[in-house]
Ligand binder design. Structure first.
Ligand code: DAV
Length: 394
């Protein structure tokens, strides 16, 4: 794959001698939450990113009147790619200047049509955002199944990097969740077809009944639907994660001493938990005021002395053009330690709220990368945070 198209990709192949991946001394893989001191992180890249044709799962997320509904399928413009990379590279530099190790995904030719025996789609998506694909659970990193057809092969962007982690840290385990089929049978195609005509009230009513375009044929989850708080793991049931996915996470991790909880929010497009309910430090959660938790689901937090504060309104009335996410990327931040947080630089009300909550706020210019797959939390994936697996809810 041409380096011109992937100026920011990591180049692990060049580091190989006689076929054996380079071993990085001192590399450590471990993370148990989103707030302990960050030491090593992956930051996404916008290189060669595409807007794929809509697929059954992505349809439900993209507003019916959005130009992203198929007509714009193709490579994003070089101008927007360059600007997004400027933001992502600036973010990486801010982290590196604070002594945090930053890796970037590898190059994959997303331009090619993706065809499996079950489906075909115009292209892949890209390597932004890594958070959706990689789930760091203690000393292991799991590649999630992914529920958009365009993202089926996204794990390929991380294979070389993860192999390097595996060789460098003798305790690190690299794992892959069951691969889904994403055939038409994997989706409620009648819902997908009806979606264009449903009002917000109707999509909300459907969501409250916990009916989404995915059905239970495949085991489905995106890593960004999983929120880690030490021994307790909270998983959002929604567009990208089905009940079979949550059962799989339970069966996989409960024998390792984790407790898995399902969370649901009053949200007509519940996708990824990280602009909805975000841990800020031990004992403190940030909740999206437009997406209340289902009845009874606050209890475990409140009974254990956790405070849930509502996020202030985003600075913007609309997301940037060709963006899959909502304006609530304002609360999608990267916590560097219990007192330090990176917030998007134009999200002034959110920065002020963090300031009042006692955080040092680092503004990061990232809005022009939002369209590539999200905010600061989306744009990153944990490799190492200090700290151990605590029991916050025992
Ligand atoms: O509010 O559109 C975005 C989450 C992206 N990981 C939203 C959810």
């Amino acid at each position: 794959v041409s380096n011109d198209l992937y100026p920011n990709a990591s180049q692990p192949l060049e580091r190989k001698e006689s076929g054996v991946p380079y071993v990085r001394e001192g590399l450590h893989v471990e993370s148990h939450n989103d707030f302990d001191p960050l030491r090593h992180v992956i930051v996404g890249i916008a290189d060669n990113q595409h807007i794929p044709e809509a697929c059954p799962a992505s349809n439900e997320k993209i507003p019916a009147d959005s130009p992203m509904r198929g007509s714009k399928a193709g490579r994003r413009t070089q101008e927007t790619i360059d600007r997004a990379n400027e933001c992502l590279n600036g973010f990486a530099k801010i982290l590196e200047d604070r002594g945090i190790i930053v890796d970037r995904p590898g190059a994959v030719d997303w331009h090619q049509r993706i065809t499996t025996p079950d489906f075909t789609i115009s292209s892949g998506f890209g390597c932004m955002p890594p958070r959706d694909c990689l789930l760091t659970m203690g000393k292991s990193i799991l590649m999630a199944p992914m529920s958009f057809r365009s993202r089926y092969f996204e794990y390929l962007a991380y294979v070389d990097l993860l192999r390097e982690y595996f060789e460098s840290d003798p305790n690190c385990l690299i794992e892959q969740a069951p691969r889904p089929r994403l055939a038409d049978e994997s989706f409620r195609m009648d819902y997908v077809a009806a979606y264009e005509y449903l009002s917000d009230e109707e999509t909300m009513a459907r969501s409250l009944r916990k009916e989404y375009s995915t059905n239970e044929t495949d085991i489905l989850f995106d890593a960004a639907d999983v929120m880690r708080l030490g021994k307790d793991i909270f998983v959002q049931h929604g567009l990208t994660t089905n009940l079979a996915g949550i059962r799989w996470i339970k069966r996989k991790y409960e024998p390792q001493g984790y407790r898995i909880h399902t969370l649901s929010f009053e949200d007509n497009h519940p996708i990824h938990i990280d602009a909805t309910f975000c841990p800020l430090r031990p004992g403190l959660m940030l909740l999206n005021p437009h997406r209340p938790l289902f009845k009874g689901q606050r209890d475990i937090f409140e009974k254990n002395g956790w405070e849930i504060v509502e996020a202030v309104s985003p600075a913007w009335d609309n997301p940037p053009p060709l963006c899959y996410s909502s304006t609530w990327l304002s609360m999608n931040t990267l916590i560097l330690d219990h007192k330090t947080v990176c917030v998007e630089a134009s999200e002034h009300p959110q920065m002020e709220q963090f300031d009042k909550l006692g955080f040092e706020v680092i503004p990061v210019d990232l809005r022009d990368a939002y369209a590539f797959g999200g905010g600061l939390h989306c744009a990153t994936a944990d490799v190492w945070r200090e700290g151990t697996r605590e029991d916050y809810f025992g």
